[in-house]
Write a new protein. Structure first.
Ligand code: BGC
Length: 383
């Protein structure tokens, strides 16, 4: 793995995944919406119980989310024949999630993606963050939001089955100023949408960029890699990066480049022409929007299974990452070995390294302001 993250050692980790296991505490709630939530024991970190919640709709689509790292552990949606299969990469055990450095299914923060040389200046003061990606800071540092324990509150409402996750990130955590109070709420709807609501406040000026880091593979159970998936990204320009994946500061049109996904084409069609740190797409796209309402950002389609994923967001950017660093060394769910391009991420976000690029949209959050944002992943089929 490219990230040199520290290994986290916790005293006891129980590997529990199915609802049938003895240590599980399970409840079902039904309401008029006929959505269902169940809650199970997933493991233990020191004295704390880690849980896994399953949000299920009447169609039979379901998502499992743990309060460790706010991680989406599985997501079952049907293909065109009606077969429900898991379309996200991940692990069966909590221990594997504790050890991972790929951010499978997690919420990345405080600052998703990279900050050059792990430094930024705000109101005249320079802050040093932890450098967990060579000299740079990636996805919040060694112990980012993907590695912390969130307080969880499941509930049903008119939106669907929801899981509110809450975390207080203390002043100085991973080098960031200000105590940040953050909520991430996942809601799974009757229409197979996974809605992610973000909310954060601070007691001191700080910076913030939150994203969701699921690796999708619409074939189901990672039966095929994602190179045949067709992709559209609603972006006429992107932010090129240097050899260490830090934006150069330019905003460049995608037209006549391998980065152009303005009309649908297979992810693999020109992927070998992209020379990033590791071959493949790993760039921020500047979404075609003029306001901060929720708008279409991207659409992926697997012609073989018929599954479709659409992404909507109010954020200005989208990181398209084609799983370049998956290297055949990770054993995932059901013993599946993940190879390069076995999954792709569509991460709604502010632009990487914005705190060092005043020309990019601001990521500063000040006391008294409330950061609010919504991203929707919607699943369907071609018939
Ligand atoms: C980044 C990649 C990074 C990956 C971590 C993505 O969001 O763009 O460069 O390797 O996360 O697994």
């Amino acid at each position: 793995m490219k990230t040199s993250s520290k290994k986290f050692v916790y005293l006891t980790v129980f590997v529990i995944i199915t609802s049938q296991l003895t240590l599980s505490s399970c409840f079902n709630m039904k309401s008029d919406t006929t959505m269902k939530i169940s809650e199970n024991f997933f493991g233990r970190i020191e004295e704390k119980e880690i849980k896994i919640f399953e949000l299920e709709n009447p169609k039979g689509s379901k998502v499992s989310i743990t309060n460790f790292g706010a991680i989406v552990q599985s997501l079952y949606v049907r293909d065109r024949e009606g077969n429900f299969e898991d379309i996200v990469l991940g692990f069966d055990s909590l221990e594997d999630y504790i050890q991972q450095t790929s951010y499978f299914g997690a919420i990345a923060g405080r600052y998703a993606n990279r900050i050059a040389f792990a430094q930024f200046t705000l109101d005249g003061k320079t802050y040093q963050l932890s450098a967990n990606d060579g000299n740079h800071h990636l996805h919040g540092g060694f112990k980012g939001f993907d590695k912390v324990i969130w307080d969880a509150r499941p509930y049903l409402d008119t939106t669907g089955a929801c899981l509110e996750l809450h975390y207080i990130s203390k002043d100085g955590e991973e080098g960031y100023p200000g105590t940040l109070d953050v909520y991430v709420t996942y809601c799974f709807t009757l229409d197979d949408e996974l809605k992610i609501y973000y909310q954060a406040t601070t007691d001191h000026p700080t910076i913030l960029n939150l994203t969701h880091h699921s690796y999708f593979n619409l074939s189901g159970f990672t039966q095929r890699n994602i190179l045949e998936h067709e992709l559209i990204i609603h972006a006429d320009s992107f932010t090129p990066v240097d050899s260490t994946l830090i934006p150069t500061g330019e905003i460049v049109p995608v037209k006549n480049t391998v980065f152009d996904f303005t009309s649908p084409r297979p992810i693999g069609s020109r992927i070998r022409e992209v020379f990033n740190k590791k071959t493949g797409y790993d760039n921020n796209y500047v979404l075609n929007t003029t306001d901060s309402t929720v708008h279409p950002a991207a659409k992926a389609y697997d012609p073989e299974s018929g599954r479709i994923l659409e992404v909507f967001t109010d954020q200005p950017g989208l990181q398209f990452y084609s799983g370049n660093f998956l290297d055949g060394k990770i054993k995932g769910k059901n013993g599946k070995i993940y190879q390069q391009h076995d999954g792709f991420c569509l991460e709604t976000q502010h632009f990487p390294d914005s705190p060092n690029h005043p020309e990019f949209p601001s990521t500063v959050l000040r006391p008294g302001q409330i950061f609010r944002s919504l991203t929707i992943y919607k699943f369907s089929t071609d018939r």
